[in-house]
Ligand binder design. Structure first.
Ligand code: RTP
Ligand code: MG
Length: 140
């Protein structure tokens, strides 16, 4: 199977509770390797651009407010089948639906404050990585 890269974000609800290490442990335990990582705080413009695909969704404005409410940890994860594997470790968007043992089942507060983001396709992963990292910040 091909080695893939995906974009992961530890969201403000998780940085606020100081559980970034617990989340990274789950990712690494699943075989994903952190090949780039930085802690940043997004501007409204950055969050709007990142979530542009959701512009017409009813939760868009709340999501932008949430994602700019505190620091986030942006990461590039590498591994076999990384996009799907990361989505599997994250669990369903709504923690009520997330399988036991997943990050969202254990740590998410609700459907919005759900602790992590992960790219949903290889194509989106490439675009999201490009939006957040320069090539020399990624060390595989
Ligand atoms: P993500 O993009 O963060 O990895 O999550 P996802 O694919 O599981 O969910 P998506 O449908 O792409 O939604 C993006 C993020 O928007 C927030 N959300 N709020 N209030 C709501 O009904 C609602 N629905 C989604 C969540 O933070 C979700 O992760
Ligand atoms: Mg999504």
């Amino acid at each position: 199977m091909a080695i893939e890269r995906t974009l992961s974000i530890i969201k403000p609800d998780a940085t606020a509770r100081n559980i970034t290490g617990k989340i990274i442990d789950k990712l690494e335990s699943a075989g994903l390797k952190v090949v780039a990582q930085k802690r940043v705080k997004w501007s409204t413009e950055q969050a709007q651009k990142f979530y542009e695909v959701h512009k017409e969704r009813p939760f868009y404005n709340d999501l932008v407010t949430f994602m700019t409410s505190g620091p986030i940890v942006v990461q590039v994860l590498e591994g076999e089948n990384a996009v799907a594997k990361n989505r599997e470790v994250m669990g369903a968007t709504n923690p009520k639906d997330a399988a036991a043992g997943t990050i969202r089942a254990e740590f998410a507060e609700d459907i919005e404050r759900n602790s992590v983001h992960g790219s949903d396709s290889a194509e989106n992963a490439a675009a999201e990585i490009k939006l957040n990292f320069s090539d020399d910040e990624i060390v595989g």
